[in-house]
Design a binder for this molecule. Structure first.
Ligand SMILES: *Cc1c(COP(=O)(O)O)cnc(C)c1O
Length: 419
């Protein structure tokens, strides 16, 4: 994968052999005559820079074709177009806030009914399918923000038996760590805003489609509704792809350390990170993907403590989104998932004190030291006293620093009393 991310298939001709793909920042293309249309005529319908990105993504996902949209939500809206008036969609019950909004506020206007089910087991999906009516199953694994794991191959088999298409939102792992088409899904969506562009400077969404005929239908909507990604954003996404493996591996390695440390921390009640062996979906996750990724969430049991951690962290910026080179922190119930009504959040077990962290590419020791000082302030804020080994690593360098880091984590873990 690391190699394929750097070496894109060549699909557009370039007389000068540019190593960085040319940027065709144009809306229209001059035609050879008044009665013949060349390969490109108008950038809504097609643009060579977009073609290059789409071909590269198809190569990574094992898709017949891939399509780049103006955002992840534009991509998911195109998927919803594959469902007709009177038909039915089944989706997970811990899904991205924007997807939840699309399904609760847009789908009904199109005459499409939706059922949300827990996807950590297979039975709820089986029960929710309406024979002859259910045409689409939408899955996320891990889910966002509770990081639940679903068995993509098993759920896909159930959906296929009923003649429904399966789309997997793979924004959290991207093709670097998980390839849902290989697991049997029909369509994979990845928000390019996250790890693919990777620098918080682009919004974009990608659909990769296994079947060529289904791909033709997706292309029809991309063109008809004008939702394709602009050339410059395609170019930035391609630049992001080249370093995606490096970035994501570093981010995931740091996230694994942070998850271990949080799990041992007295202020933390629960850590949701599929890379931890204690995660209930760990085995399924390990079988279908190659990393725990760099997104995790945790509960403190106190909204005030969670808020203090988020506000006192200096390197972790308070923002929605994830997958950037810089570390981010958020309280999903007040930010990315605020569009889910409070009662529904309670029903779905989405607690208000949940803190979500997206780990960036900074030095993991600095990230841990920053979280450590923010957690101390949060403990002070709620009057909690507990001994936690300090994280100042000044004076240590290189491998010494790494060893110190692991020692401090192990020290905290050793304090954990079996309950
Ligand atoms: C961000 C995100 C989306 C939407 O992508 P945008 O590019 O923001 O429109 C969809 N699903 C998940 C899991 C996401 O994280």
């Amino acid at each position: 994968m690391a190699t394929r991310l750097v070496h894109a298939p060549k699909v557009t001709s370039d007389p000068y052999g540019a190593v960085s793909p040319p940027l065709y920042q144009t809306a229209t293309f001059e035609q050879v005559s008044a009665v013949e249309c060349g390969r490109y005529d108008y950038s809504r319908s097609g643009n060579p820079t977009r073609t290059q990105l789409e071909a590269h993504i198809a190569h990574l996902e094992g898709a017949a074709r891939s399509f780049a949209f103006g955002s992840g939500m534009a991509a998911l809206s195109a998927v919803l177009r594959l469902v007709r008036n009177g038909e039915h969609v089944v989706a997970g019950d811990d899904i991205y806030g924007g997807t939840s909004r699309l399904l609760t506020r847009v789908a009904p206007d199109l005459g499409i009914s939706v059922t949300n089910v827990s996807t950590t087991e297979t039975e709820p999906l089986r029960q929710a399918i309406i024979p002859g009516k259910t045409k689409l199953v939408m899955l996320e694994s891990p889910t966002n923000p509770r990081m639940q794991i679903c068995d993509i191959a098993a759920l896909t088999a159930i959906a296929h038996e009923a003649g429904a298409l399966v789309v997997v939102d793979n924004s959290i792992l991207a093709p670097t760590f998980q390839q849902p088409l290989v697991l049997g899904a029909d369509i994979v969506m990845t928000s390019a805003t996250k790890f693919i562009a990777g620098h918080s400077d682009v919004t974009g969404g990608l659909l990769s489609v296994r079947d060529p005929e289904l791909a033709e239908r997706v292309y029809f909507y991309q063109n008809a509704e004008g939702s394709g990604l602009g050339p410059f954003d395609c170019w930035l996404a391609m630049r992001g792809l080249k370093t995606m493996a490096l970035r994501m591996e570093r981010q995931a390695a740091s996230a694994a350390l942070i998850a271990r440390w949080l799990q041992a921390h007295p202020l933390v009640r629960k850590v949701n990170y599929p890379g931890l062996p204690s995660h209930p979906g760990h085995a399924v996750h390990a079988a279908q993907s190659s990393s725990g990724g760099s997104l995790l969430s945790f509960e403190t049991g106190s909204i005030e403590a969670s808020r203090t951690v988020a506000e006192q962290a200096q390197l972790f910026k308070i923002t929605v989104s994830f997958g950037s080179v810089s570390s981010l922190i958020s309280l999903p119930c007040y930010m990315s998932h605020a569009s889910i009504p409070a009662a529904l959040r309670v029903q779905r077990g989405l607690p208000d004190d949940l803190v979500r962290i997206s780990v960036g590419i900074e030095d993991p020791a600095d990230l841990l030291a920053d979280l450590d000082q923010a957690m101390r302030k949060a403990m002070d804020a709620i009057g909690m006293t507990a001994a936690v080994p300090g994280f100042q690593l000044d004076g240590f360098t290189g491998s010494q620093r790494e060893r110190q880091l692991l020692d401090r984590i192990a020290q905290l873990e050793a304090q954990l009393q079996p309950t």
